[in-house]
Write a protein that binds this ligand. Structure first.
Ligand code: FAD
Length: 428
């Protein structure tokens, strides 16, 4: 009888895994590969801030799971996981509702022989009062679209009234920095699209960070450079500032100051999604991640794996693998090899995370970051156009894992041609 591999979550990790497994086994008949995602299209998460500001249009750049599954040998099922029963080897999917709230498909159960959890992570508000109600968490396609709608409303209003608009972003990690820089670029560009009364003086961008520098996880030189670029762009940096409450008016700091913002974004911290709390049979941590061993097997289970942001894998150094796209991609590659080994009855190999450095985009033409050299040379600093090209090549690598070399190149070329003709900004 055919063995069924079910992967839940088609993001940086899950989709890369499903594509490779589907291409290898999908057309053979004895192994069935099935990918489940709550969305019908995939956008690589590090590009969410570009969706949010309208630099990319999800309807053009988004990958349709159904079509991709057809061409890459896996079956796609649309649904959100709500439960996992390892005894019965069954997961449960929530009912699917239409816009009016009517049930289109009721709750379903899906059986598996091998289960892979790859449902990603969400921002962590650390229970800050008012954050859930007043902030947009830039951690899903829906939230990026919500931000986009709010931005369009603000632009319309600005153009008519010439008042100013304030956008506050909590967290000066990669997401917050990239969003702030991209917003600046967008405001500079909108006047050519008929928003004649808008200039950068009308938009106040506040970036709020509890640490004493931006990009606190990255080397000093990268933080310093990003900080100076952001300051030059006119982005107001609030460093060593902790937010204790979020209200409709803005952010209240530990020192009881109010940082006013009509659009509020929370881009700090990562934890597993709330649904993980439902998986009571699995070892779930206080941060809603599932504990895995060094081969990414959920502890205590031989046929359940987890990878990417929803997994807690402690390295030999005692530190967990960081929640990054490069870690998700590396995990997908190792797990692909391990599943192949397991199906041949051979021993699986441990995952070893290799940090190749980090690159942070500072809008369309520049980026900044550090790359790992060898042991003697340590890390080296890159910036400007070269760093930007390297940053773009990370996305190219993701595309290669989804389509293979040739199709990824054709896809990129087609996208470039389309970009040349279509609007540079999505303003609807
Ligand atoms: C704005 C932003 C910018 C970033 N920039 C960078 C960067 O520059 N460099 C870097 O290394 N990392 C970056 N990251 C982090 C990186 O994107 C993540 O670490 C990476 O995407 C994790 O991959 P994943 O597969 O675990 O999760 P994801 O890519 O988040 O995929 C999770 C998938 O699971 C699906 N899903 C969620 N819940 C359910 C459910 N209940 N049922 C079914 N499906 C579900 C989602 O729809 C999604 O498709 C950024 C993150 C954000 C938000």
């Amino acid at each position: 009888m055919a063995q069924k591999i079910v992967i839940v979550g088609g993001g940086a990790a899950g989709l890369a895994l499903a594509s490779r497994l589907g291409r290898k086994f999908g057309h053979q008949g004895d192994i069935e590969v099935c990918l489940i995602d709550k969305n019908t299209i995939h956008i690589w998460k590090p590009k969410l801030h570009e969706v949010a500001v309208g630099v990319i249009d999800q309807s053009i750049e988004g990958l349709q799971y159904r079509d991709h599954g057809l061409k890459n040998g896996y079956q796609y099922i649309c649904g959100a996981i709500t439960g996992c029963d390892p005894q019965q080897k069954v997961i449960t999917l929530a009912p699917v509702l239409n816009d009016e709230g009517d049930v289109i498909i009721g709750e379903r159960s899906i059986g598996y022989d091998h289960l892979v959890l790859a449902v990603g992570g969400v921002s962590n508000s650390f229970n800050t009062k008012g954050a859930e109600d007043n902030c947009i968490f830039l951690d899903s396609l829906n939230s990026a679209n919500r931000f986009h709608d709010k931005l369009l409303d603000a632009l319309l209003q600005l153009n008519e009234t010439q008042d100013s608009v304030s956008i506050g972003i909590v967290g000066a990690g990669a997401t917050g920095v990239e969003l702030a820089a991209e917003l600046h670029h967008v405001i500079e560009s909108v006047s050519q699209y008929g928003y004649r009364s808008i200039s950068k003086q009308h938009l106040h961008i506040h970036l709020i960070e509890a640490a004493d520098k931006v990009l606190p996880q990255l080397p000093e030189q990268v933080s310093f450079r990003a900080q100076s670029v952001l300051s030059k762009l006119g982005i107001k940096l609030h460093l060593s500032v902790q937010v204790k409450e979020v209200t409709k008016q803005g952010f209240i700091t530990k020192d009881d100051e109010l940082i006013e913002a009509s659009i509020k974004v929370w881009a700090a911290g990562v934890k597993g999604p709330k649904v993980m709390e439902q998986f009571t049979a699995l070892p779930i941590t206080g941060r809603n991640q599932v504990q895995v061993d060094d081969c990414m097997r959920v502890k205590g289970f031989d046929n359940i794996y987890a990878l990417g942001d929803c997994a807690e894998l402690i390295q030999e150094s005692g530190k967990p693998v960081p929640p990054r796209a490069q870690a998700a991609a590396q995990m997908a590659e190792t797990l692909y090899n391990n599943i192949c080994l397991k199906l041949k009855g051979q021993a699986e190999k441990p995952f070893i995370y290799k940090d190749y450095g980090s690159l942070v985009s500072l809008s369309r033409f520049s980026a900044v970051g550090n790359l790992m050299g060898n042991l003697r040379s340590g890390t080296f600093f890159v910036e400007g156009h070269l760093a930007r090209i390297m940053y773009i090549s990370l996305y190219q690598k993701h595309l290669i894992s989804l389509y293979g070399w040739f199709s990824a190149l054709v896809y990129r070329f087609a996208q470039k041609l389309l970009r040349w003709k279509r609007p540079k900004l999505k303003l609807h």
